[in-house]
Design a protein around this ligand. Structure first.
Ligand SMILES: [Zn+2]
Ligand SMILES: [Zn+2]
Length: 417
């Protein structure tokens, strides 16, 4: 009984239209591959059209610059002609209307990695790659404000006429161009329509491209608390959307990658539109804050290295010893003072590069001047090594501590507030 109940509940949540599209398009493209020869003109057309619609095979972004960076994140302003172009390109990738898509995407950013995240990476790669599109989540996606999109007449127009638009732009147009242009109706249908849509769904990382997949592969140079990652390969497949760790930190930035050598053609496309007067108000996050996030993660990495290294005892761990006690104890073991610290050099004497004699001459004495240039100006490594031999602090000598070992002066300290 319980099994039937849960199956019925699951069936009730299936998005049938998406299921049919996701099964029929690859099936028909495979059938086409076996039965219809691929003509050169059709191949070129598939590429040009794919480029215009979802960008995975080439460079112009309908989903990435339109659905994602413009409507989901308002990272720039687009003129009406550009909005129409992007919204038609986006529709023909058959990934839902902008209105629906952007709402889910905003919840994803707001509730990343939680059950309210419609593409929660914690539910597994298959779910976040394609499953989320087939089955409505049992929990409704978390609330996201879409009032701006409700008031955008172009977005509302596409939402209302979505199925008609995909019929014309997603299927009719690609078939008609190949059919009327060079008489290849079948090729147009199988390749320009079916195969292109299949690729749009899978190569570009299922529906919203990298987003889901970009939570699996790569590095976290800006923040490691969320699953979003940066990876060149995802960037390559998704016109730059793979720099996803950056994107989750700075979602209103029209760029997903800031360095010149990083592959972000969507950014170049938006910048080119701005140069042509089609886009304006390109938003960027302050460089200073970007560097800060990056540095934080670098320091975190170094902190890990630092934690795996043994460090000299700190001031609070050492006994404070009077000059007389120091003198007395120095008769039993080789103790030397440098910079207010008492060091037991017993195990090191033999290995002293300047010779045993020079070092033993300083036992029971203050060797600060000799150590710091009077006899020989010791290296950073020597300062660090000496610090490891600390056994005490000379009473009244701490004020003279000037040469803390270099490894200690640059130490990364985690402050608890
Ligand atoms: Zn994401
Ligand atoms: Zn986003």
């Amino acid at each position: 009984m319980a099994f039937w109940k849960s199956t019925r509940a699951l069936l009730g949540r299936v998005r049938w239209f998406s299921l049919i599209i996701l099964i029929s398009t690859p099936a028909l493209s495979l059938y086409g591959l076996r039965t219809t020869p691929l003509r050169v003109q059709t191949l070129l057309w598939v590429n040009v059209f794919a480029a215009l619609t979802f960008t995975a095979l080439s460079h112009v972004p309908g989903i990435t610059a339109g659905y994602h960076r413009l409507w989901s994140h308002r990272s720039y302003k687009a003129s009406r002609p550009l909005q129409y172009l992007l919204i038609l390109m986006g529709a023909s990738a058959v990934q839902g209307s902008v209105y629906w898509w952007a709402r889910g995407h905003r919840s994803h950013h707001r509730y990343t990695d939680t059950p309210l995240d419609p593409y929660n990476a914690k539910r597994g790669l298959l779910y976040s790659h394609i499953g989320w599109m087939l089955v409505r989540p049992a929990v409704r996606p978390g609330h996201a404000d879409v009032s701006d999109l409700r008031n955008n007449d172009i977005v509302q127009w596409q939402h209302r006429w979505y199925f008609a638009i995909i019929a014309v732009v997603g299927f009719g147009l690609p078939v008609a161009v190949a059919g009327l242009g060079w008489g290849d109706w079948a090729g147009g249908f199988y390749y320009a329509a079916m195969m292109r849509i299949t690729l749009a769904h899978h190569v570009s990382g299922s529906v919203d491209f990298s987003d889901r997949d970009a939570h699996y592969l790569g590095e976290t140079p800006f923040d490691d608390r969320k699953s979003a990652k940066d990876h060149f390969i995802s960037a390559l497949l998704t016109m730059g959307e793979g720099y996803h760790n950056f994107h989750h930190q700075f979602p209103m930035d029209y760029r997903n990658a800031t360095k010149w050598y990083q592959y972000d053609p969507t950014k170049w496309f938006i910048a080119a539109c701005a140069a042509l007067g089609l886009a304006s108000h390109l938003r960027t996050f302050p460089e200073n804050e970007i560097s800060k996030s990056e540095l934080t993660m670098e320091l975190k990495k170094f902190k890990k290295v630092q934690d795996d290294i043994r460090w000299p005892p700190g001031l609070e761990e050492l006994p404070v010893v009077s000059w007389e006690t120091f003198q007395r104890q120095a008769e039993e073991r080789p103790l030397v003072i440098v910079s207010g610290f008492i060091h037991d050099v017993g195990e090191f004497v033999e290995r002293h590069p300047g010779g045993e004699k020079l070092l033993l001459k300083k036992v029971g004495k203050d060797a600060t001047a000799a150590f710091c240039g009077g006899v020989y100006d010791h290296s950073n490594a020597a300062h660090n090594l000496l610090a490891m031999m600390r056994v005490g602090i000379l009473l009244g000598g701490v004020e003279h501590v000037k040469t803390v070992s270099p490894g200690e002066t640059l130490r990364i300290v985690e402050r608890m507030f």
